[in-house]
Design a protein around this ligand. Structure first.
Ligand code: ADP
Length: 249
């Protein structure tokens, strides 16, 4: 089978914080319809890489390309409008609103960020159609009219992902989507991420390695800001350097 299209790539990416090199010489290719995991011990630079890719931080070195466009000098909201979306960016779930109402709000904010372009009332019906598609697609139908505050923790995270999908991102960055979840929720959310990645790229930081093994096509291991290993899970997990890095943390 042909390699799927590269939608996001970084070349020679690096970040120094007042003399301290947090990320160095990172090359990444994120593919359409693939789930890519970024793993590594605490302090390896995973969050910094996310902040660089989403343009929350300016890189000290290197270039980032999104869908063929050099985005190295672009602002975070412009990059989000191009289709690179990080889960928490727009995942403000309003606890007092129902699942449906939360999705209405998300769908009314196509830019996703601070700027809000409220749509005319006439388009609300179309929004509701799309909201119901998302609700059904993510298995939230029984909770459609339940307030977000009354959802289980796992389902709240699913709602967050749903609000993110309202922007129809081409690349979805998920920051520890399984954090704090019980077994059953982990399974549900893993299936949802797999589904979501059918027609977009997903890059996720995840500490739950059995989830990474289960759903990720490719794994990049960071250590002290540099790429230590990359490949499918079985390959990187068998790499003695990766084992040492994890035991040393
Ligand atoms: P991870 O997400 O893998 O735990 P981080 O990207 O948060 O790693 O951090 C990588 C390194 O960069 C750490 O040593 C951290 O202390 C340092 N670091 C991160 N952000 C800053 C900052 N704003 N100023 C100085 N050092 C930072």
């Amino acid at each position: 089978a042909p390699e799927p299209q590269v939608v996001l790539s970084a070349r020679g990416l690096g970040k120094d914080f007042s003399g301290f090199t947090a990320v160095n010489n990172v090359n990444l290719d994120i593919h359409h319809a693939r789930i890519h995991a970024l793993i590594g011990p605490n302090g390896a630079g995973k969050t910094t890489v996310f902040n660089l890719l989403t343009k929350f931080l300016p890189p000290t070195r290197g270039r980032i390309t999104l869908l063929g466009t050099d985005i190295t000098a672009m602002k975070p909201d412009a990059v989000a409008r191009m289709g690179l979306v990080r889960s928490f960016q727009i995942s403000a779930v309003f606890p007092h609103l129902t699942v449906l109402e939360n999705l209405r709000v998300a769908l009314q904010r196509p830019a996703g960020l601070a700027t809000q372009f409220w749509r005319p009332l006439s388009s609300l019906r179309r929004l509701d159609g799309r909201a119901d598609e998302l609700i059904e697609g993510l298995g939230l139908t029984p909770w459609r009219d339940i307030r977000a505050a009354d959802l289980s923790y796992g389902r709240k995270r699913v709602l967050e992902i749903a609000t993110t999908l309202a922007l129809d991102p081409k690349v979805l960055l998920l920051d520890e989507p399984m954090a704090g979840m019980g077994h059953e929720d982990v399974h549900t959310v893993a299936e949802i991420i797999r589904d979501v990645a059918r027609d977009r790229a997903v890059l996720m930081v995840e500490h739950n390695l059995s989830v990474v093994a289960d759903i990720c096509h490719r794994v990049t291991v960071l250590q002290r800001g540099e790429i230590l290993a990359e490949g499918d899970y079985a390959t990187v997990a068998a790499d003695p350097r990766v084992r040492t890095a994890y035991m040393g943390s």
